[in-house]
Design a protein around this ligand. Structure first.
Ligand SMILES: [Zn+2]
Length: 120
């Protein structure tokens, strides 16, 4: 259900920017800490999009790896598991540098479709 609410948020954002034009591609940046299941997000996106400007649009998902930094010793590393402890000093004062993104980067729209739905 996590992906369902995320999909609704994406479609709402896209609709605000599409300005009534038909959307063909939506490009997203998603941090791996968001624990989004890509197939699931695509699946719900398709359902939520029905009857709206992004119906049938391709959802491009670019995943960003999680980068964190140990505050006391300044060591940085990539998180492949959610273990928030520094491998060097064992400290748990960890700053997240990336991995929490969930953004619509860009949308592609078709101009021809825009002409079709314009008032005559
Ligand atoms: Zn450390």
């Amino acid at each position: 259900m996590h992906e369902l609410s995320l999909s609704s948020a994406i479609v709402d954002t896209v609709e605000r920017h599409a300005d009534g034009r038909r959307v063909t591609t939506v490009t997203m940046t998603i941090g791996s800490l968001r624990q989004v299941v890509a197939e699931s997000l695509s699946f719900y996106f398709e359902i939520v999009s029905r009857g709206r400007v992004c119906e049938g649009a391709t959802l491009e998902q670019n995943y960003v790896e999680a980068r964190v930094r140990c505050v006391p010793c300044d060591r940085g590393w990539t998180l492949d598991q959610p273990i928030f402890r520094c491998p060097d000093c064992g400290g748990s004062e960890i700053e997240v540098l990336s991995g929490e993104e969930f953004e619509v980067d860009s949308i592609d729209v078709t101009e021809e479709e825009a002409a079709c739905i314009a008032p005559r």
